[in-house]
Structure formats: C-alpha cells, structure tokens
Design a protein around this ligand. Structure first.
Ligand code: ADP
Length: 589
C-alpha cells in the first residue's frame, strides 16, 4: 500500500477495494437470506412453550419486519454506483436482523434458567460465526453485524449480574472481543493481498504491453532492414553485373587500378548485404528443411563464390571428405560454411584454408582451418556476440561483427555445437558438430552427387561444342539495363537465351514461338504480375516443372515461403553474374 503514492491513486484503490468487498458481501448476504427466514422459525419449538405468547409473537413479528427490510435494502444495492451509500444499505440491512437476535436475550432467556441461557448462548455464537464467515473482510460491516448482536447480551448480563453464570458470560464477551479484533486484522490482510493482486495484474498487463512493443519493434526492425535493403539491392545488382562485364585488362593502367579498388569495395558491400540478409532470415523464425544431399552441392557453391578471391590472395582452398552425403538442411549448412569461410579468407593473407568433413561419429562434423592472423585469447569468449569485432580486425578489415553470431544462432537451431581453437599468429580452427546423419555409401548412391571439380560449364568453348546441347534459358526482367547485361553475358557463355516479355499480351503471343525451356531466370516484381505468375504459366504451357530461379531484392520471409511452395529457387540481389551462371549451370547439367 505504501507504493500507492498520490491521492488520486489512493482514492482509486479505495474505490476498487470497496466495490470488490461489496460484491463479495452482497453475494454472501443474498445467499444467506433463506437461513435468516428459517432460523427464527426454529425458535418456535424451542421457546414458544416457555415464553409469554405476546412477547414471543412480538419478537417474531419484529424479526419478520427486519428480514423483509433486509431483503429490500439488499435489493437496492447496485455495486459500482455509489459505494458509500451501498455500504450504509448493507450495514443497516444486516444490523437490524442481528439486533432483533440480540433482543432475543430479553425475550427468551430467564436469567435463573441455565438451560434457556445456554441454548440462546449457542444461538448467539452461531449467528456470530456465520457473520464472521461472510463479513469479516470489512471490519465496519462486521462490526455493524456483531455489535447489535452482542451489545444487548452485554446489557442483559449487566442487568442480571447477580443471577447469571459468570464464567459463561465472560467467555461469550471474550469471544465478542476476539471476533471484533479478528475481523479488523482479517480486513487489513485482505486489503493487502487485494492490493498485491492489483499490482500483479498491473505488472502482468505492463509485461504483456512491453512484450508486444518489443515484438512490434522487432518486426519493424526486420521490415526496415528488408525495405531499406530492397531499395539498395536493386541498383547494387546493376553495379555488380556491369562490374562483372568490364575486363580490367582492357582498361588503361591508371583506370585499371581504380577499377580493381572499386570492385573490391563492391564485394565488401555485397558481403554486408548478405550478412543483413542472413540476419533477417534468422529473425523470421526460419524452419529447418531437411533432405538427403551430397556435400558437393555446397562445395560447388562455395568454390564458385570464393575460389577467385582465394586465387587473388594466394590462398590454397581445399576440401577433405567432400564426397560424403548427409540428411540435413543444405541451406543452413551452406550459411554456416559461407560465414566461416568468408572470415577465414578475410583474416588470412596467404597460406591455406582447409574445410574437412567427417562422418566418424555417425553425424556430420566439420572444421574450417586457416593459417591466418589468429584470435587473441581475450577475444575468444566474445567473438560469437552480435556486433563484436576485435580491436585488431576493426582497424584493418571490413565487417559488421555479425558473421559468427549468425553461425552461432544457426548451430543452436540445429542442436549442434561450435568451438574454436586459435592463437595470435597461429591461425584458427572452427569446429562444428551437427546432428545431421551421414548416409551409408549404399544410401548415398541413390542421390546424384555433384562433381567437386571446378564448374566446367564456365568454360564457354565446351558449352558451344554442339548447338543442340545449348541450354535453353528463358529470362524475364523488367530492368532494361540488367536484361541487356544478362543477355550479353549468358549468350557469350554459350546459352540459348530467350527474352520473355512481361506484359501479359506480349507474353501470350510469345508463348507460341517459344522452344522448350531448360531453365527460367526471372525477376520477382514485374508490374501487373509477378515472377511466380510467369514461371507457373510457362510450366503449364510446357506441362513440365521447369527449374526456375527468381533473382530478387525482396527479402521478406512470406515471399520466401511462397517461392518454396511453388518449387522456385531464389537468389538475392546484389549477386554477381558469375554466381547466377554457376547456379544455373549446376541445375542444368
Ligand atoms: P566480422 O568478421 O564482421 O568482424 P564476425 O562475427 O564474423 O564479424 O567475427 C567476429 C570477430 O572474430 C572478428 O572481428 C575477428 O576479430 C574474429 N574472427 C572471426 N573469424 C576469424 C578468423 N578466422 N581469424 C581471425 N579472427 C577471426
């Protein structure tokens, strides 16, 4: 109660306590109406013969009037209206009945007759007990009940002090006193527990409010990241593709070095976009999608993505036991490996990086080992925290400090463990243990492995060997500059490129002359209809589930779900055109 600081709060609290008490006591008095009618009638067999009839019937009449008045007064109580008035009505209603009971001492009891005395004493204590059960949550109401009952008894024993049995009278008065005291104490403790309940309710409401607010903030954060990055991803995609199309060898020396620096900055930006994308995917309560697959699937993607940069830095990148097949989530595994490998490359100037897989424990374990700068011992407990970047890396390398926290979150999600061994100048080894079972050789044979060797499809001369072997690639894109870049690049790479219009009428007309496609590459937002619509239309036309991929800047989780429902793969902008090509080539071999 001490916490209820100002008077407005106090009076609000009193109001609440009052109406809660009133509700409880009014319900009790209503439910005991029958008892108030029956109890006086029981006095007929007990006292009628030994009491003067006029006195007896006058008492019974007075009791009838009191019971009816009690009934009327209780009916007039309307909780939540006017608590003060309602309390007066209630206290009067119960007080007049107990007063008539109190007057019974003068009607039924002969001071010299021990049995009539004791009998009425029992009646009086029973009434007292009933009142205690119903009204002691408010000491004023309880007093209004008990004083009119016991005060006449006190007067009666005082007037007849020379005839009554003193120990019994004294005991009754002590019970009277103790009942009053108990009523008082009980009322106080009830108020305290009620106030605690109110505070608990208020805290609970506050907690719910804060939880909702933090959930809303989190959703807003994810939405902000995805909307803001959507608008940035689009132009970044064009930059990436045009950079890919420039050959530094054809530039003047001075321009060539500027171009190489520019390309490096763009690749840092790409890395940051991918990190933000990983974070927003993790925020969206992602699911684990397990299937059987060969690790070569992941190795190919990683090699296509990182072998150039390893070559530039003279780092020897090798994979051990990449032939294994497992049942697990390839996307999550790829995300872990991508982040660890990107770090290993970032923090290694030259030497070797080895990714070694093992199935010895029955489930997939792997290590990512580099010969880089290593991590100081004092940083080791901190590097998995969000946004943590150690001092030595902050000054020399780009990054957001999110890579390892992403790894950590995914590893936890798949019930795995992640440990690190490192020392300054001694390189680092990150070890991951997963619960993804490694398949036996016989089982693995059922799943088509992808060759580990460098993607030969990138060798244009091989692709161009025979015209019939050309991959028929359909492209739907509404950004003219990007479309031109795609067309130029994929044609040069030996694909048969079909530009598919995205205006509905032109699309329908184009369907008639289109050959059977091997792969569809589409943008997502295309105006009136989206990429899913066109891909589905093409699949229906050829009555074949043509492999398809949407390249989009839209990273919202609901769209991700939509793509997977339609069996459409997705790549996020910004992405370099070589990766898109490697992706398509892996699926059309
Ligand atoms: P970022 O690399 O963006 O700084 P990370 O969360 O990926 O963020 O890594 C956190 C820190 O851990 C890095 O700043 C770096 O100091 C250290 N670190 C991570 N991996 C390596 C590694 N392979 N070699 C040396 N230091 C590393």
């Amino acid at each position: 109660m001490g916490e209820i600081r100002n008077s407005t709060q106090k009076s609000k609290f009193r109001q609440l306590v009052g109406s809660e008490k009133l509700q409880h006591m009014r319900n009790f008095s209503k439910s005991s109406t029958v008892a108030t009618i029956l109890a006086p009638l029981l006095c007929i067999p007990l006292y009628l013969d030994n009491t003067h009839p006029v006195q007896f019937y006058t008492w019974l009449l007075a009791m009838a009037v009191a019971v009816v008045s009690r009934f009327i007064l209780l009916k007039r109580i309307q909780p939540q209206n006017n608590t003060k008035r309602d309390f007066i009505l209630l206290n009067t209603a119960i007080g007049i009945v107990t007063f008539v009971w109190g007057m019974g001492w003068f009607v039924f009891v002969q001071p010299s007759d021990m049995s009539s005395y004791l009998m009425y004493q029992i009646i009086s204590l029973t009434v007292l007990f009933v009142g205690m059960v119903g009204y002691c949550i408010d000491w004023k109401t309880f007093s209004s009940f008990v004083i009119p009952l016991k005060l006449p008894e006190l007067v009666f024993i005082t007037l007849n002090f020379h005839q009554i049995v003193w120990p019994i009278a004294l005991g009754s008065m002590v019970a009277f006193y103790l009942a009053l005291k108990m009523g008082f104490l009980f009322a106080k403790s009830w108020e305290k527990s009620f106030s605690l309940r109110l505070r608990n309710d208020a805290l609970f409401d506050q907690l719910i409010e804060e939880k909702n607010a933090s959930m809303a903030a989190n959703i807003a954060k994810s939405e902000f990241i995805s909307t803001a990055s959507h608008d940035l991803r689009q132009p970044m995609q064009s930059i990436n593709i045009f950079i890919d199309m420039i050959d530094p060898a054809e530039l003047k020396d001075s321009h060539s070095s500027i171009f190489i620096r520019m390309r490096k900055s763009v690749s840092v930006l790409n890395r940051m976009f991918n990190t933000l994308l990983d974070i927003s995917k993790l925020d969206s309560n992602f699911a684990i999608n397990e299937r059987a697959f060969h690790l070569t699937e992941i190795i190919n993607i990683l090699e296509d993505r990182f072998s150039d940069i390893c070559g530039q830095k003279s780092i020897l990148l090798s994979f051990v036991n990449g032939h294994l097949a497992v049942t697990g989530d390839p996307n999550l595994l790829e995300q872990i490996l991508r982040n660890l490998l990107a770090n290993a490359i970032q923090y290694t100037d030259k030497g070797a990086i080895t990714i070694a897989f093992s199935g010895q424990s029955g489930t997939l374990d792997f290590t990512v080992k580099d010969s880089g700068c290593g991590i100081p011992a004092e940083d080791l407990p901190l590097i998995f925290k969000e946004f943590y970047r150690s001092d030595h890396s902050r000054s020399q390398y780009d990054g957001l400090g999110l890579g390892l926290s992403i790894v950590n979150r995914i590893v936890k999600k798949i019930d795995g463990t992640c440990t690190v061994r490192s020392g300054v100048g001694q390189g680092s080894t990150f070890s991951i243990h997963t619960r993804f079972p490694v398949l036996e050789k016989s089982e693995a044979a059922h799943h088509r492995p992808m060759p580990i060797e460098r993607d030969e499809s990138l060798d244009k001369s091989k692709r161009l060997l025979s015209a019939e072997a050309l991959v028929q690639l359909g492209i739907i894109e509404n950004d003219d500059a990007l479309l031109n870049a795609y067309q130029q690049y994929f044609t040069q790479s030996g694909y048969a490129v079909h530009i598919i219009p995205h205006e509905p009428a032109a699309f329908e007309a184009h369907l008639l002359s289109m050959p059977q496609l091997d792969f569809i590459l589409s943008d997502f937002r295309l105006g009136e209809h989206d990429g899913i619509y066109f891909i589905q239309k093409l699949r229906e036309e050829f009555n074949h589930d043509i492999p398809a991929c949407i390249v989009t800047a839209d990273t919202s989780p609901q769209h991700l779900e939509l793509f997977s429902q339609h069996n459409i793969e997705v790549m996020y902008k910004p992405i370099d055109i070589k990766s898109v090509e490697a992706f398509i080539s892996a699926r059309t071999r």
